[in-house]
Design a protein around this ligand. Sequence first.
Ligand code: GDD
Ligand code: MN
Length: 250
Amino acid sequence: MSSRKTSPPSGHGGDKYSVLLPTYNERENLPLIVWLLVKYFGESGYDYEIIVIDDGSPDGTLEVAQQLQNIYGEDKILLRPRAKKLGLGTAYIHGIKHASGNFIFIMDADLSHHPKFIPEFIRLQKEEDFDLVSGTRYKGDGGVYGWDLRRKMISRGANFLTQVLLRPGASDLTGSFRLYKRQVLESLVERCVSKGYVFQMEMIVRARQLHYSIGEVPISFVDRVYGESKLGGNEIVSFVKGLLTLFATT
Ligand code: GDD
Ligand code: MN
């Protein structure tokens, strides 16, 4: 309906959303996810920026991101690359430092997290002024599509173990499609010790400890079509280590 040049309708209160997109070998996926983000944010009328945190991808993801920046503008696409693969947790921390929004979205760049859910995250956050809104695959209409049994069991197992040990009271602990108030995210990141995939789980556990309010949006997670997952055996070992550390220290 509205073109991208239209200024936001009044009542949006000057809110700005920063989207953190960590990338490692996402050359094929990046143009589409960025296009979809531009589409859904454009329709919403909210101000936004997309921060691409590429960790020296050998497949040329950064060059693709540069082309997207030429298309959509330097105010919409920010490039905050790092020289090498330093892990997902620290990629977010790096991105937050450069974010200018008062709200921050965290999501995967491989289209497993569809931007069509973004308006629902924003609506729910505003409804009850939630400190964070977490996408959940394990409640309501949420679900996982395209994973094999092994991968489903890893995810369910990680969630189950964490629920039992830490009782954080949210249905999807390892998911990484989330919306945070900026200060909330900063205060959580300060307290988080994990560096890799376990970061997501630690964030929501700490959020509960600090009595932040958490809303949940059911999402469908669709396994990537292009490229491959970076979650390997090492990440699973560090997840369990991280979980046990949290169990011992909280
Ligand atoms: N910059 C950077 N550095 N990006 C990374 C790195 C890294 O070291 N590792 C992964 N990424 C990026 C990927 O390019 C992708 O955009 C996103 O982080 C998620 O990585 P995937 O490799 O696609 O993860 P997944 O699909 O196996 O795992 C998903 O499900 C997990 C369990 O539910 C993710 O959503 C995880 O965050 C989640 O914990
Ligand atoms: Mn993925």
